[in-house]
Design a protein. Structure first.
Length: 263
């Protein structure tokens, strides 16, 4: 699928990995709906691109809010081609810590946002992708095997190497990983591809808030390159996934070969 003139819906698109994906898509000539709780920071949208961007305040785990984001894509830009699920939360809490058992409400909220929210956006985006038809079909030049839509979900290396205090987070991201192949199989007849990126340690707002010496230490723990991942590298992989029609049903680790230690 070509990125130019396609329509992206990016959850968590106001910061971090989602914001980098928005920038990548706009630079490629796409149109983008940003679905996030807060709008993009001032100056984040290139001055030549406002007419190609829409923002919708969105709680991804809420059915009405998620549907509203999908509807904006169709109403504003006429179609929906790509969904990138980058919204998520990452609490740290031990199953049994000095303050007692893991709070059940925080576990539920993590699953609700990271796993249920991902599924909710995916299930609601698919009908819009199907209704949009294959890009290029109106001109009679569509490849009969071309993708009609692409869904890129975001897991984490914590799905495989969850650390101490990450039981809720690892469970939520493990669910996203496990959902990838059956979702791709479910949607194959609609020619919609489903993939998941499992990032390692990235320069996200949460990590950039840590002291510099902590960031440096985390970067040195990566085999190669020995640094934190850059959001633009995540966005670049999203761009390749969208453009490579033979990628489907796969979970791709983007982590510099790191395997997380227990803590």
């Amino acid at each position: 699928m070509q990125l130019t003139d396609s329509v992206f819906l990016v959850t968590g698109g106001s910061s971090g990995l989602g914001a980098a994906t928005v920038q990548m898509a706009l630079a490629a000539g796409a149109r983008v709906v940003i679905a996030d709780l807060a709008p993009p920071r001032e100056g984040a949208i290139p001055p030549d691109a406002p007419e190609r961007v829409a923002f919708v305040a969105t709680n991804v785990s809420d059915e009405a809010a998620a549907q509203a984001a999908v509807d904006v894509a169709v109403q504003r830009f006429g179609r929906l081609d790509v969904l990138v699920n980058a919204a998520g939360i990452g609490p740290a809490e031990k199953i049994h810590g000095k303050n007692g058992p893991h709070r059940l409400d925080s576990f539920r909220r993590t699953i609700e946002v990271n796993l249920v929210g991902t599924f909710n956006m995916m299930r609601l985006a698919v009908p819009a992708m199907v209704a949009s038809g294959t890009p290029g079909a109106a001109n009679g030049d569509a490849d009969p095997h071309a993708s009609q839509g692409v869904i890129v979900n975001t897991a984490s290396v914590a799905a495989f190497d969850g650390q101490i205090g990450q039981a809720a987070y690892a469970a939520s991201k493990g669910g996203v990983v496990a959902m990838t192949l059956p979702a791709a199989r479910d949607l194959a007849r609609d020619r919609i591809r489903v993939l998941t990126i499992a990032p390692g340690i990235f320069e996200t707002p949460m990590l950039l808030g840590l002291p510099q010496e902590v960031q440096d230490s985390l970067g040195r723990s990566v085999p190669h390159p020995a640094r934190l991942g850059r959001p633009a590298e995540y966005a670049s992989l999203v761009g390749h996934i969208v453009g490579n029609d033979y990628l489907n049903g796969e979970v791709i680790r983007l982590d510099g070969a790191i395997r997380m230690a227990p803590k």
